[in-house]
Design a protein around this ligand. Structure first.
Ligand code: ADP
Length: 262
């Protein structure tokens, strides 16, 4: 649909924007490091006249880098603003065509939506971006084709299960995106959520996808988890808390049975 086309153009624009920022940021870091190297050389020679030039250059580079990250932060905050009670199954249903087109014909897409999926309270475009990003990562991990699965489910996490996921106990809507791609080494998994971490060639990856998804999940009271095996594939689970609407919240609960929410 036109809406989806618009959304995919927006994603492309976001990709260009963040890619541009990453590139500019790297250039500034190179300039800062270069200035500090020259300053260090002067310092070691004990010849400090003219050195303030390099201090000024390093400070100017750092100031500009800070301004760049401000732009990113402003951008991500603006995105975070509008949570609504959301039927994620419907949202995925409306994206399915876009996902299929984004991953191409070599990848089989299987969508399994749980019946009676709980409502979540999220910003719908952010959830769309997160899911599309996960699908594009899956595509990039399967250059020779493969299978992409998208599943939703309701999960009630007890104290122990919640602690394992670093979440509060309670009801969650879970999105499971899995692929049969290259998989990730433990080293890559450990850094995958770091902003600007990418193993993709310049111009292809920005290293911002998973870090933005992580920020989105945490801001929404949820979590994102990766499990992966090299040569077999990757599973990413996104947890978002169930939205307890007016009806459910207003329902009087017997005091003794009320579960503590951590
Ligand atoms: P980008 O996709 O721009 O590189 P991300 O933050 O989305 O940035 O991902 C960071 C890195 O994590 C990727 O460069 C890749 O190495 C790895 N990665 C993410 N998703 C997958 C996946 N489904 N399969 C294999 N590796 C992945």
């Amino acid at each position: 649909s036109r809406e989806q086309l618009f959304q995919s153009q927006k994603m492309e624009a976001v990709g260009h924007l963040t890619g541009g920022i990453a590139h500019d940021f790297n250039n500034l870091l190179t300039a800062i490091t270069g200035s500090l190297d020259l300053l260090e050389a002067k310092f070691r020679q004990g010849r400090l006249e003219g050195a303030d030039r390099f201090i000024d250059a390093a400070k100017e580079g750092a100031r500009r880098a800070a301004a760049l990250t401000q732009r990113l932060l402003a951008f991500s905050r603006r995105q975070a603003l509008d949570p609504k009670p959301t039927d994620a199954n419907r949202l995925i249903g409306s994206m399915e065509e876009l996902i299929r087109r984004s991953v191409g014909p070599e990848i089989a897409v299987e969508v399994t939506l749980a019946a009676g999926l709980w409502t979540t309270l999220v910003d719908p475009p952010q959830l769309e971006n997160a899911l599309l990003n996960l699908c594009i990562n899956a595509r990039d991990a399967m250059p020779g084709g493969g299978r992409l699965r998208i599943e939703t489910s309701n999960q009630r996490l007890n104290e122990r299960a919640a602690r394992e996921q670093d979440l509060a106990p309670g009801p969650y809507v879970v999105f499971r995106v899995s692929d049969t791609g290259t998989g990730m080494s433990p080293e890559v998994i450990a850094q995958a959520f770091d902003p600007f971490f990418t193993t993709k060639p310049i111009g292809k990856g920005t290293g911002l996808g998973l870090s933005m998804i992580y920020g989105f999940a945490r801001q929404s009271g949820g979590q994102v988890r990766i499990s992966s095996e090299l040569g077999r594939g990757t599973v990413v689970c996104l947890y978002l808390p169930q939205h307890l609407g007016d009806a459910e919240a207003a329902e009087p609960a017997p005091v003794l049975l009320k579960a503590p929410r951590g």
